[in-house]
Each structure stands twice: as C-alpha cells, then as structure tokens.
Design a protein around this ligand. Structure first.
Ligand SMILES: C[S@@+](CC[C@H](N)C(=O)[O-])C[C@H]1O[C@@H](n2cnc3c(N)ncnc32)[C@H](O)[C@@H]1O
Length: 365
C-alpha cells in the first residue's frame, strides 16, 4: 500500500452517491483532512481519497460514523492489485500487513446487481483466506478492529479496516431483517431498522417499554403501529385510511381519523412516529412543535426527498429543528440516517435528554 490507508470506502443507497460524497467531503474538510471523492452514479459506493498518508485511517478515528447521514457502512483501506485469479490470497495477505490485527474478516460487495454476483466468490474465499491470515497472525481474537474486503470484480478489491465501536454492525450496512408474517405492510421494517440503528439494544427495555403511549401519524395500514404494538405499547394511529383489522383486534390501538399535521394527543406520549409523505420542511416544523409543546419525548420520522438538492434539504431541516428546540431551551439528541429500508428519504431520530425519569413520569410521558 504505497500511500498507506488513504481510501475511505463508503457504502450508500444506489443513486445517493452524490449526497454521500458531498457529506464526507464536508466532514473531512472540517477536520483538516483533505481529499477528493470518487463516486460513480449508481455504483452504491463512494471512495474518498485522502491526500495525506493514512488519512482515511485518521478519518475513521476522528469522525463519528453515527453522525453520517448517507453512508450505510465504511472502512479505511486501499486498493489491492490482484494479478491473477489463480492466486487471490497472496496479494491480499501481503496487503493485510499494513492493517492493525483484526478480530475477524468481513467480505462485502456493493448493493448493486454486479455486486450481488460477486458474493459467491466472497463465500468461496472466506475460509481459506481466514486460515492464511490466522497463520500470518493478522487475526487476533477480541481486537476491536475488523478487516474489510470489498470486491469490485474478480481481480479488483479494496482491503481495509474499521473499528467495531465506530462502524456499522452489518456487512455493507445492510441489516438482516425479515417482514413478520402478520405485519400489515413491508414498511414495518423501516421502524424496526430505525430502532436497531438509533437505540442501543441494552436500552430497548426502558425506551421501548410495555405500556408506553405512542402516536403514529400516517399510520395506515399499520406497519409502524405493528412494531409499537409488538412492544406492548398503546397507540393512537392517526390516518384517514383503514388500519389492519388484526391490529385493531389487539385492543392496543385507537384509530384516529384526522389530519396528522394538526392533531395532538390529549396528554403527552413517550413516542411520536410519522411516515407521512409531505414536504420535509413541513414535517420538520410539525415534529419540532410536538417537542416544544412537550407532547412527546422521543420521535422517529421520515423526511421524504424527491427534490434535487437532497443533501442541502436534509441539512436545512436539521438546522430548523435544532434552532426551534434551542429557542425553547430543550436539550436533545438528533440523528439522521438513510437506512437500508428507506427509499427516497432519510429517517430522523429526535429525543429529549433534559428530562429525568421523575419529571417525565410526573408529566405522564
Ligand atoms: C407511507 S404510508 C404509511 C405506511 C405506514 N407507516 C405503514 O407502515 O403501514 C403514508 C400514510 O400517510 C397518510 N397520510 C398522508 N397525509 C396525511 C395527513 N395529513 N394526516 C394523516 N395521515 C396522512 C396516508 O393516508 C398513508 O396511509
């Protein structure tokens, strides 16, 4: 690896390479780590090439992965020249010398049809490659570093590393979730993925607790309400459209036929979720109002992005929410992410962090 670990490899939704490239360029520039992004439209990959030696390694150490909106997964690495398909292992093992010793090997491909066709090759190589890496002591149990191997073709690959604590938990950032058989819509996976992404597993029992009250705006037919019901919550499902009878039969759902933008709950709820297709700035303003009025404590909602300037729109919505909550002296956490099950949209997580449990209980959250 001539210039060390100088490529930051980012995985994104196909068609969002421009947004992913703009975002990483801005974040790396702010850290004083110069570089340029290479992003072929539709490739589902962005390569941020750093000008300084080991610049990409610095980026994965200094940037918080969770703060990126358009990257599903990342690692710092460099291209590996594979001269012959007869021996792919030797050049890869030689390149691994430049990496820290890693706890495991994750092979990845782009989220494209070409990428999918390379998965058989990756599968075939996994064991033999791991075995040689272990012999050369490139793998070490319990290391926080994880080795990534991205295949672009049978003879083009990138080898690199990420720190488990600052990276996606899943290969290529794609969680293995299945639509439950009794869920009323496939959209159910968007909320499930959001929870996996935004709420640490050890906090699920407190933050997604039985008997909490929740509001689902734009709820029909009920994929998101299904997730809330599965956590034994009571749900106001706001939508003029019909809700799945199976959900109504649980007795945990009240169907409110009203406009989600103006309806408010009779008393505060813990969760607000919203999947209404509308202008992102309108949704952002409505959710900000819920927080300012003290109507909810935590929210997951989508910002739909059919417009051209999608990155600028996301930044502008984040700024509007932040300034509304700052003006009301509310302390909050705000994260955004284009999740795997999102399409032309990003998912936002907003949470009040200035309420201790006693106050929250008193206010009936
Ligand atoms: C994408 S679908 C929601 C799918 C739902 N999250 C699920 O998992 O089944 C959007 C829903 O928003 C509803 N909707 C659109 N505008 C609305 C509004 N102003 N108030 C309430 N619901 C609205 C539509 O009727 C539609 O059912």
């Amino acid at each position: 690896m001539s210039n060390g670990i100088d490529h930051l490899v980012l995985f994104c939704r196909p068609g969002f390479e421009g947004e992913c490239a703009a975002e990483i360029g801005e974040r790396a520039g702010a850290l004083g780590i110069p570089g340029y992004a290479k992003a072929k439209p539709g490739s589902a990959l962005v390569f941020f090439v750093c000008q300084q030696k080991d610049g990409a390694f610095e980026l994965i150490k200094q940037l918080a992965f969770d703060e990126l909106v358009f990257a599903r997964a990342w690692f710092a690495g460099a291209p590996v020249a594979i001269d012959s398909p007869e021996d792919r292992i030797s050049p890869l093992v030689a390149a691994a010398e430049a990496l820290p010793r890693c706890g495991g090997l994750l092979q990845e491909t782009a989220d494209t049809n070409d990428g999918k066709q390379l998965q058989a090759l990756a599968k075939k190589l996994q064991r033999p490659l791991e075995s040689v890496l272990r012999k050369r002591t490139r793998l070490k149990k319990n290391s926080p570093w994880r080795m990534h191997l991205l295949w672009l073709s049978g003879t083009e690959a990138f080898l690199g590393t990420s720190n488990r604590r600052n990276a996606s938990a899943w290969a290529g950032g794609i969680p293995r979730l299945r639509v439950p058989r009794d869920a009323p819509s496939r959209a159910t996976l968007k909320l499930e993925e959001a929870w996996h992404h935004f709420i640490p597993q050890e906090e699920w029992d407190i933050r997604l607790a039985p008997s909490m009250r929740a509001v689902d705006l734009g709820a029909a037919p009920g994929g998101w309400t299904y997730q809330l019901v599965q956590r034994s919550m009571f749900v106001y499902a706001v939508d003029n459209g019909p809700m799945a009878q199976s959900l109504m039969d649980t007795g945990q759902v009240e169907h409110v036929k009203a406009d989600g933008f103006s309806w408010r709950p009779p008393k505060p709820v813990h969760w607000l979720v919203c999947d209404i297709v509308d202008k992102p700035s309108r949704t952002a303003a409505m959710v900000s109002d819920w927080f300012v009025r003290g109507d909810c404590r935590e929210a997951v909602f989508n910002l739909k992005l059919p417009m051209k300037k999608r990155y600028a729109e996301v930044v502008s919505c984040a700024q509007k929410i932040a300034s509304a909550l700052h003006a009301a002296n509310i302390e909050f956490e705000l994260r955004m992410r284009q999740l795997y099950f999102d399409r032309e949209e990003v998912t936002v997580h907003l949470r009040r962090v200035d309420l201790n449990d006693e106050i929250a209980m008193h206010r009936n959250f």
